[in-house]
Write a protein that binds this ligand. Sequence first.
Ligand SMILES: *Cc1c(COP(=O)(O)O)cnc(C)c1O
Length: 841
Amino acid sequence: MSLTHYLARPLPSELDGLEDLAADLLWLSNTGADKIWQMVDPELWDATTNPWFLLERISETRLEQLRGNPVFLEELRNQIEKRKTYLECPTWFDRTHSLHGLQGVAYFSMEFGLDESLPIYSGGLGILAGDCLKAASDLGVPMVGVGLLYQQGYFRQGIAWDGRQVEYFPYNDPTLLPVVPVRDCSGEWLRVSVYLPGRPLVLRVWQATVGRVPLYLLDSNDPVNTPADRTITGALYGGDLEMRLLQEIALGIGGWRALEGLGIHCQVCHLNEGHPAFAVLERARSFAKQTGQSFAVALRATRAGNLFTTHTPVPAGFDRFPADLIRRYFADFAPELGISIEELLRLGRGEGGRDEPLNMAYLAIRGSAAVNGVSRLHGEVSRRLFQPLFPRWPEKEVPVGHVTNGIHVPTWHSAETDALWTKVCGPNRWRQPTEVLADDFRKTGDLDLWEFRMKSRMKLILAIRKRRKCRCSILGKVADEMATCSCVFDPNTLTLGFARRFATYKRPDLLLHDPNRLLRILSNPSAPMQLVIAGKAHPADSFGKELIRRWNAFAERPEVNGRIVFLEDYDMRMAKELVSGVDLWINNPRRPWEASGTSGMKLLGNGGLNLSELDGWWAEAYCPEVGWALGDGREHGEDPAWDAAEAEQLYRLLEQEVAPAFYNRDSRGIPTGWIAKLRESIAQLTGYFSTNRMVRQYTEEYYHPLNAAFQKRSAKNGARARELEEQLRQIALHWREVRFGPLSVDTAEGEMRFCVPVYLDEISPQWVRVDLYAEPRDGEGDKPFVLSMERAEPLAGAFNAFLYRAVVPSGRPAGDYTPRVRPFHPEIFAPIEANQILWYA
Ligand SMILES: *Cc1c(COP(=O)(O)O)cnc(C)c1O
């Protein structure tokens, strides 16, 4: 495979390497990387921040100037050299894990937020995916991304004169995106096909570059497709349910085929949310074809290498497709798998019968060896959501773990932040494990921190003024009004930020609950505040759109006096401006709907503080030393009375805690209380809530064990998978006959001795475990007591029956303990692969 860059004109040889810098989305997010583009064309750069576009547009004259400009050439060489060093230096993975044989992790996601010059993301899910690839590159984890290249991406937002959201779908011209067609050795553009009813769908394969990590993107806009099919990769989260299904077929099935077409062998397939779950079917199909195994064996082999990360805290968040739609689209695919369409449907269903829709999260779980949520709280919530797939299992033992999300720190740090931390902790600090940095942060002096914060706030204010001015001129405002744009916001005023998707659960109207109260808070003469707001509402979400209108109308009221600014078209670039400049980030979702949330993490290293609902990541991060918490750590549904109470709590926090912390100054004019908080926030939280930690955790807790299991099962054409499949089939077949004999308990010398006969029918005792189980007691955490009972002598009078014994200290009543039996073997992922369980009754 070769990458041919797509520039219409080759660049002169003096500028060799400039294209590589333009194409590397990780490099672009590096502090200082923009310097070179500023030199190429400051205006165009400022307007687009798209280096690819600059290279396409550049004039011959300008090229001539650049190739003769020693300062430019020096900067170019400098950046090329730095990038080379980055790409070649030994990584964390090389040093610690390269011997474990993990060669490839395919990271599938519906959206990727890497840079605003590649607008194929809508919000948190995509940014997380982008930040994950970047950290994988930093750490040297052998990851490849798989996604879709949308012709229109997500919509772009305008705000009309009356405050209403307007949606635009500008076309993403691929020649101006930092992507290149992937060509095979003959030079032909790599294409893969997936079968739709009556026709093939051809998908072209593109590549974006994220440091060491390639991201493969598929698009359907190939002229051989029908006009309707060419639009499948049109808009992200656009169209109806059928369109969503088509996109997910393209992503999951097309994506896995593209990897095979590229000759890339990934042992681990990481599904970021349920959208790409069809990949597990295609992976198994391909394995079956290569090895001659049945689909069941192939799925047994390949699922060992699949990981599903769920991001949704509500059942409505899972994609569900009507059974008849699946029957139509998979009528030809199911026979290729060697199963019936009804068997295929069963992989994505609960107990609901013939018309139950196919749930992509269920399919992902049935096709994976492990499942995780994205914060500790979301892990708990997900165990509750997926409980129906594990009938009779205690909720706490539903096999869903958690890996808390993070952010790619260098991407979200401003130049000022980067300069400060380079001074304090040295360069390249984010590419190694980051826990060690906390002490360095704590050494930073009050004055250094406060000057840094003043500078950062000022920079944000200048950026806001510029955006306002641009908007005023578009709206045709007169000179007077234009002039007010240049003095909007005050550099000494406490600056609050609220920016996120305007989804109902995020309660973007909570601050507006009592508009007059808000107004009083903002305009308190001794402790004024100013508020910057941004966010898009999904085009079909009329409630969210109404909230945008209300905020804009409110911001325009004369008595607000420019203390609130709504910025249109929230994207990564704006997010970076906001998170590096605001003093306090407010987030008030309805618990537990914010599975993790990441925007607040972007403030940490930048020295901003969080005031946030005890939900998602903040439920884990909060302590009084690092910020402020909203809510009572419980769930209250959509109760309006609770919303009112929380609005009151929010106002009170702002008035009584936030304002004094910011405005109480020492003799130098420094708010020492505020500084103490932000120092702790930086030191305690920055390292942990990063994708650096997150990707290391995925690697150690999931990728390595899954890789080992996959290798074992798939070796020798899946021989071990076949044995396991046979065993699990036997267990399923005989499970109904498994039963307990009468339990006996002896109490003596401070001990209780439990003994129970278990009749295993024809299941080998190697394949089961008998536990003694007790609910957690009050005040002893939420982990149940589980003790494995020891297999003792066989029952002489029965076939394949044994006594099981366990001894526990007395203290609790014997009746608290219940024996249970379940399938178990070190090589199977129970209960995800074998969810049987029998309780002593
Ligand atoms: C970080 C980010 C998000 C995610 O923000 P949350 O508040 O965590 O939902 C969404 N959009 C953009 C542009 C971001 O940068």
